[in-house]
Design a protein around this ligand. Structure first.
Ligand code: FES
Length: 510
């Protein structure tokens, strides 16, 4: 038994490391608001800010810290170019659907730029093009069709074969007028502006109950309630599920590595490819004469194997293709992909009058979150953008057209629910677990998730996810328990790191 070797780079996101935030108080007493927004990431804070500007009294409740969940670990591309999306949208939602998607997403890019300018936020926002590329010559026709569909949808898009990447590509779609920024600097300033305008923000305030009505009531794990006319659930994966959204969302985890390179060698634009298990590239300001190259990839379902090999593969790719220095950071991002590829933003369920949801942004939560803020603020104040129906979570057409994706998602969940109980990778005894490792082990007939720390002390919690009961698996590179069914994540002592689970894994004595 050996302790796993360290991976390269500091295990923290660049955004978290370079923009520490102030602390907002926990909610300690019952209160009221016009609107409660649950979740203080890009979607939640954008919605709160837009609503306050529209004259609403808003309370934001965050289970952890502001902009410290998915929004603190994104690659922070602000773009309407979401890989190969427009040709598919044109086929499935028609030309108008593709145009609506382009208008709303490009509008979100422009909105973030406008808000940053209006509030004087120094968030390193930079304009550039976004390119989706392939190195496979057989895919040329597909990329030509995508470029044509994106241009037809109204974007500044064209087909190219030359890029400023340090390796050749076979085909690419270039979309101009996109942007990249520092998400924490932007969101922390937005949060400050929300409170300056009379809104309230409460951190370490996990919402565990929601009663719909007039008014609606949300309850925190401390038993405190907030009454409000309207509630927005913007918790990445919805912490409440009244419309089987979990059946329409697939969690996906992606790894990120970052290293400095000379500014003169930094690619000017942002890039993404589905080749090699996905690779996404952008740079950010770093220090004198250098920029930070940020590379994302190795997409996988949480709880399906250790990230260690994936980190090493991604880091190797970065060093092979770019003249970077030593790896400075490594982190991971988590996304939810809607089964039809279009986010779910709007009324929570068919009967919902005062509860709204924003989720399913795929890997595009920065433009998607800003778009959701504009859309939900408009819906709550009586307006309705022409593209609202595109994102409406109640869209019925999708249950027909998404049939195979939905069935696949449910088959995956069933496989994890049943198959993981028989896994041969689960160890037979706690003594088989090496220091610094974790495994699922049966103790007195019960599955326990056991982590042995570097000093040899075992930390044991239930291995049954508190969301819907699938078995968790250990991610050694990130020292966390992960559920493969809907992506909940837990710390070694069972605390919830990422929903939809609301309750921690209970401790077990072994
Ligand atoms: Fe749904 Fe674990 S996240 S069962």
């Amino acid at each position: 038994m050996t302790t796993p070797d360290a991976l390269p780079g500091t295990a923290e996101s660049y955004w978290m490391d370079t923009a520490p935030g102030p602390r907002w108080p926990r909610l300690e007493a019952d209160t009221t608001a016009d609107v409660v927004v649950i979740g203080a990431g890009m979607a939640g804070l954008s919605t709160a800010w837009e609503l306050i500007r529209a004259g609403r009294n808003v309370a934001v409740l965050e289970a952890d810290r502001v902009a410290a969940g998915v929004s603190g670990y994104t690659t922070a591309k602000l773009t309407a170019a979401h890989s190969l999306v427009y040709e598919r949208l044109r086929r499935t939602r028609g030309k108008e659907g593709a145009r609506a998607y382009a208008r709303s997403q490009q509008g979100a890019v422009e909105q973030v730029a406008a808000v940053a300018a209006e509030l004087g936020i120094d968030c390193d926002i930079e304009r550039s093009s976004a390119l989706t590329f392939t190195t496979d010559p057989h895919q040329r026709a597909m990329f030509e069709a995508e470029a044509e569909a994106a241009a037809e949808a109204g974007l500044d898009a064209d087909f190219v074969t030359g890029t400023d990447l340090p390796f050749p590509v076979s085909a690419a779609v270039r979309v101009g007028n996109q942007a990249r920024f520092h998400p924490r600097k932007y969101l922390l300033a937005l949060a400050d502006d929300i409170t300056a305008r009379g809104g309230v923000i409460h951190e370490r305030t996990r919402v565990t109950g929601l009663t719909e009505g007039s008014p609606c009531k949300v309850t925190t794990e401390q038993g405190v309630t907030v009454s409000a006319a309207d509630v927005v659930v913007a918790t990445h994966y919805p912490v409440f599920d009244r419309a089987l959204h979990f059946a329409r969302l697939s969690p996906r985890r992606e790894l990120v590595v970052a290293a400095p390179l000379p500014a003169s060698e930094a690619p000017e634009h942002m890039y993404i490819t589905d080749d090699m298990g996905k690779r996404s590239v952008r740079t950010a300001p770093f220090d004198e004469g250098r920029r930070l190259l940020i590379v994302t990839g190795e997409s996988f379902t949480p709880g399906t194997g250790d990230s260690r090999e994936r980190f090493l593969r991604l880091d190797g790719w970065m060093h092979e293709h770019f003249r970077v220095g030593a790896t400075a950071y490594r982190w991971a991002a988590q996304d939810n992909e809607a089964s039809d590829g279009v986010p779910l933003v709007g009324p929570f369920h068919p009967g919902a009058r005062h509860v709204y949801v924003a989720t399913g942004f795929g890997g595009w939560g920065m433009s998607g979150g800003a778009m959701a803020g504009q859309l939900l603020a408009a819906e709550l104040t009586g307006a309705e953008p022409e593209w609202a129906s595109l994102y409406d979570p109640r869209r019925l057409w999708s249950t027909v057209r998404e049939g195979s994706a939905l069935l696949q998602q449910q088959a995956d969940v069933a496989r994890h629910f049943v198959g993981d109980r028989l896994k041969s990778t689960h160890v037979d005894s706690v003594t088989d677990i090496a220091p610094g490792s974790g495994a699922v082990v049966r103790v007195e007939g019960r599955r326990c998730a056991v982590y042995r720390d570097e000093e040899g002390t075992a930390h044991a919690v239930s291995a049954r996810c508190t969301h819907l009961g699938c078995l968790v698996a250990f991610n050694q590179a990130e020292t966390a328990w992960e559920c493969p069914c809907h992506g909940s994540r837990f710390g070694i002592d069972g605390e919830v790191l990422h929903g939809p689970a609301l309750r921690p894994l209970p401790p077990r004595s072994i």
